[in-house]
Design a protein around this ligand. Sequence first.
Ligand code: NAD
Length: 317
Amino acid sequence: NQKVVLITGCSSGIGLSLAVRIANDEKKRFMVYATMRNTAKAEALKEAAGQTLGQTLEIKQLDVCDENSIRACVDSLPMGKIDILISNAGVGMIGPVECQTIEEMKSVMDTNFFGLVRLLKVVLPDMKRRKSGHIVVISSIMGIQGILFNDIYAASKFAVEGFCESLAVQAMRFNLNISLIEPGPVITEFERKVYEEGMKIDLSKVDKVTADMFTNTCLKNYDQMFKSFGQTPEDIAEHAFKMITMENPPFRHKTNGLYTPMTTLKYADPNGDLPIESFYKMIFQHDKVFKASLTILKLLRWRSRKSITLDKEKTAS
Ligand code: NAD
């Protein structure tokens, strides 16, 4: 009586770790379909999956930007049934909007937002019919709080959050659960890809103040930010594992306690000025304070890595 789990974007990072973590469940409660756009890139997953491959883990092709590929993948599952869908595939993007084309922006929205919508259009009808299912979405802390020069990425994750929040009420009527997992920085391929793309941006298309701001705040601190605040994909997988084994999973879950002060600012001021002004001061006026807080947060880092408790509910046995 295994639960069927389908995960997207499993060739690397969080998706890969998730697939391996769930397939290694001691009680073998799950059959994991680890999907990826290009199955030629399955080597890392195969290696990490070890003996679970062909037992509790199977690899399948699925491109979240291609409706036919989603349909074909779901149709290939026993009775087309999915108990737990984990929408993980996603891409990042940094830089001044003046330097980004609408096509590039659409591509981020197409993967991060419409990718989820496409999945749900295929998966929801059967879950509704069976009145059973859990949809877990890897969102981001940027799904609730915008960050400098992450305009389009944050917009794509805000879209995900608004979509899920609206859908969650309908889902309740069908006894379905929707959960958003909101990590801060996670040390994966994502970081490298986003940084490399950021470095390639032609900053001559934008005024000097913006170009300097991007270079000196965003690019310069990018690596340091991941090193200071970053969690591992295994950390995130552990959070998600807890989420899918809970009796009553929460709608939202942040994986990194270091971001709690930031999101608290957002909810503390109904006018919305507090987080924006705080970020401004932190970045442009109190550089020393900012650097000191980075050091303190670094010292606290070990704590966040350990805190994987989801406190709403105890986990199901
Ligand atoms: P990653 O780049 O290692 O993994 C993303 C995966 O999605 C890749 O395997 C990629 O091939 C896949 N993908 C991209 N387009 C796809 C498509 N059209 N169809 C199927 N798969 C596709 O990065 P990651 O950090 O593991 O990212 C996973 C998720 O976590 C993303 O949704 C990302 O937005 C989110 N996230 C990442 C971070 C971070 O800092 N790394 C932080 C918060 C949230």
